[in-house]
Design a protein around this ligand. Structure first.
Ligand code: HEM
Length: 477
């Protein structure tokens, strides 16, 4: 039967109305009383075109000015709420942490082996409890970090970023594989290359569209085209895990975290594929974060020689308390208040995980008087806190005094939340203190002669890192 023009038009209108109704149904959370305000979503696309995913921080600060600290977005059909400012972030992540411990479904990562919903939570719990059992806060892990710091000082060159990545990777390698790599080992070079490629694949419009409309990833070959780095990274991790499985002697205690997880797989029947996720999570979460923090630390030292050297500054304090002979230890933290203030101010100023990691509400919650329904993705704009003029005296300056009292004693600031509700604090704190003090104990950093002074700016690419990459001159003290 042929359709006439009139019938076709009626059919088109009916289909359009049906699609609009389906679209409205998917936005039902917006109908809830006290749902956070936000920009009007477009049918099907939601607010995808209204956020600049190359620079979401800028978009979020504009939207915050319009709608306040708690505002809503619609990513295609996924409801999202963005939390800004210390009060809102803390209320959600600290006081309501049990109600939003989940991550949103990682459909966009299914091609890497991540399963739906709770798997991420199981992995996070395993990683954090096993990290504790493997000596977090005990001497063994501290020794690994200290020994790696010595290797780093000995190998230091003018382009810090790559070397910092290698040193920090070695700490995670010690933890997960029981051994470190030489800095010129081809395996670590390959691992870092693909880790960096994988990170670049985390930002941009295409990535956001795939997250909002994951069914697109069913197009054959698309995942391999869009995420080549992340897939290559998993292949490498698989090789390392298989090597472990083959050499595991069950009569002996676990050699490292990978053995511990393989044991868990046997005892609890956890899916075998999850071992690659635990190991890859630790590498991807633990390497670039710490090395970006150290890259900020060295950049800020060359931009602020007065903080690095005299008067009464980091090197002088390290010299007086630790000297040149023995290596720094975690126990020294209480004796070097200025250095501690610098380390914390670096974390605050660098603001490396500006948007945290997304959470998802497991039941209806209330934040700052707004209702956030079950199943909503929460984005915590952690970056809004270090820039808050009502909390910090000089939020746009590098100002270690933010963490010192009038007597020069180190004071913790509740408002510093770089780990958000994360469980990575102890290892991250150990690494940043021991690497930083070891480097400044042995080396003096400055802008190389004839080079322009670096800008001190950062660029957002999932992490905020110094940009453009800078060079430095490192001379023995
Ligand atoms: C200065 C360095 C670091 C910073 C600023 C940092 C920050 C963060 C943040 C903001 C989160 C998200 C927390 C949330 O759920 O809201 C996180 C998660 C996590 N971090 Fe760190 N972190 C650092 C170092 C490390 C290190 C050294 C490890 C290694 C053991 C690590 C392991 C993890 C893990 C396993 C997660 C959970 C990942 C997931 O759920 O997929 N982090 N980190």
């Amino acid at each position: 039967m042929l359709l006439t023009g009139d019938t076709l038009a009626t059919l088109a209108v009916a289909v359009a109305i049906f699609l609009l109704l389906v679209d409205q149904m998917h936005r039902h959370s917006r109908w809830a009383a006290h749902y956070p305000p936000g920009p009007m979503p477009l049918p099907g696309l939601g607010n995808l075109l209204q956020v600049n995913f190359q620079d979401p921080l800028l978009s979020f600060s504009q939207l915050r000015r319009r709608f306040g600290d708690v505002f809503s977005l619609q990513q295609a059909w996924t409801p999202v709420v963005v939390l800004n400012g210390l009060a809102a972030v803390r209320e959600a992540l600290v006081y309501r942490s049990q109600d939003n411990y989940d991550r949103p479904p990682a459909t966009v990562y299914e091609h890497l082996g991540y399963g739906p919903r709770s798997e991420g939570v199981i992995l996070r719990r395993f990683s954090s409890s096993t990290l504790r059992n493997f000596g977090l806060g005990k001497k063994s892990l501290e020794q690994w970090v200290t020994e790696e710091a010595s290797c780093l000082c000995a190998a230091f060159a003018d382009q810090p970023q790559r070397l910092l990545n290698k040193a920090v990777s070695n700490v995670i390698a010690s933890l997960t594989f029981g051994s470190r790599f030489e800095y010129n080992d081809l395996r670590i070079l390959k691992l870092l290359d693909i880790l960096e490629d994988g990170l670049k694949e985390e930002v941009g419009f295409v990535r956001q569209v795939l997250e909002a409309i994951p069914v697109l990833l069913r197009i054959p070959g698309l995942a391999a085209r869009v995420f080549p780095g992340q897939r290559a990274f998993m292949v490498l991790i698989d090789e390392l895990v298989i090597e472990h499985r083959v050499t595991r002697d069950r009569a002996q205690p676990p050699r490292d975290l990978t053995d511990a997880f393989l044991d868990e797989v046997e005892v609890r029947g956890t899916p075998r594929a999850a071992s690659r996720l635990v190991v890859s999570d630790l590498f991807s979460a633990g390497v670039i974060t710490t090395s970006a923090t150290l890259a900020w630390a060295l950049l800020l030292m060359i931009l602020h020689p007065d903080v690095q050297r005299e008067p009464r500054r980091v090197q002088q304090e390290v010299d007086e308390v630790i000297g040149q002979v023995r290596q720094p230890e975690m126990g020294d933290q209480a004796l070097v208040p200025f250095t501690m203030a610098v380390v914390h101010e670096v974390q605050c100023f660098g603001d490396i995980i500006a948007l945290g990691l997304p959470h998802m509400t497991s039941r209806d919650i209330e934040v700052q008087g707004f209702l956030i329904p079950k199943g909503t993705t929460l984005i915590t704009n952690l970056s809004s806190v270090p820039k808050d003029e009502t909390i910090w005296k000089k939020p746009s300056h590098f100002h270690p005094e933010h963490f010192l009292d009038a007597q020069g004693r180190f004071v913790k600031q509740e408002a510093l939340i770089p780990f958000s509700a994360g469980t990575c604090g102890p290892l991250a704190c150990m690494e940043r203190f021991l690497f930083f003090t070891s480097l400044l104990q042995h080396l003096s950093f400055s802008v190389p002669t004839g080079q322009p002074r670096p800008t001190g700016h950062g660029v957002f690419a999932f992490l905020v890192t110094p940009s453009p990459p800078y060079q430095l001159c490192a001379l023995p003290c």
